[in-house]
Design a binder for this molecule. Sequence first.
Ligand code: NAP
Length: 259
Amino acid sequence: MDLGIKGRRALVCAASKGLGRSCAMALAQAGVSLVITARGADALAAAADEIRRATGAEVTAVVGDIAMPEGRAAALQACPAPDMLVTNAGGPPTGDFRTWERADWIKALDANMLAPIELIRATVDGMMARGFGRIVNITSGAVKAPIDHLGLSNGARAGLTGFVAGLSRKTVRHNVTINNLLPGAFATDRLNSTYSAVAAQRGISVEAAQQERLATIPAGRFGRVDEFGAACAFLCSAHAGYITGQNWLIDGGAYPGTF
Ligand code: NAP
């Protein structure tokens, strides 16, 4: 399918690895030029090279922490008027809420709620004025069904989701959609580090923690990042102008509810 977005520009945050990189790759395959960000310069440069080699797309790499004002300023300076914005950042640590202080909550809110809102604030009016915009926030399946050891993520992402539910109904008249992609379990560095933490906390092996999770996934496997990137590219496509304010679970059937 031609996604109808060749020649457009995207800012894809936290995109040197994992889900963010897969979104960047899928957009580049659709002919979109990119600004991608991450904190680590080497992995970011490698991702940019890989995407350029695979697709021929124009890719600009901007090193910085997207949870901090300076990181967002650098990203927006390189891409002041994106047609697409994919917000993403690392997830908060696992743990028990009794050990989290205010500073831990602020850090999670900064990365997983306020950074996306600030990026939307900086770009959405321009999108509406130009009559095209696609914003995709990478959140988590935890928004639909909280994950016990990820309370910081459950809370911060629910805040972003509530905000987006309101704004997305105001922008769609101008062909600007805002949607959230909710990953279940995808085989990335983040998933591996989560299992290591869970295994250490519970005194079980990493393999046992992985097998426990696999047993809860009807698909019988972890997600592939290219599956996630393809969904992102579709939401960013010319065909998706009537989809807004949605929370798309991509979880191999793990969420057990009817709706
Ligand atoms: P990943 O493989 O660890 O990749 C994270 C990427 O984000 C890296 O490129 C990393 O590069 C970058 N990054 C992290 N923090 C950043 C920051 N503050 N500023 C700029 N770049 C940053 O993680 P992932 O699995 O793709 O996860 C992406 C998001 O989805 C996370 O929020 C995660 O919690 C959420 N999620 C993932 C899963 C899953 O199964 N994988 C499930 C539910 C939710 P640097 O470290 O160099 O900055």
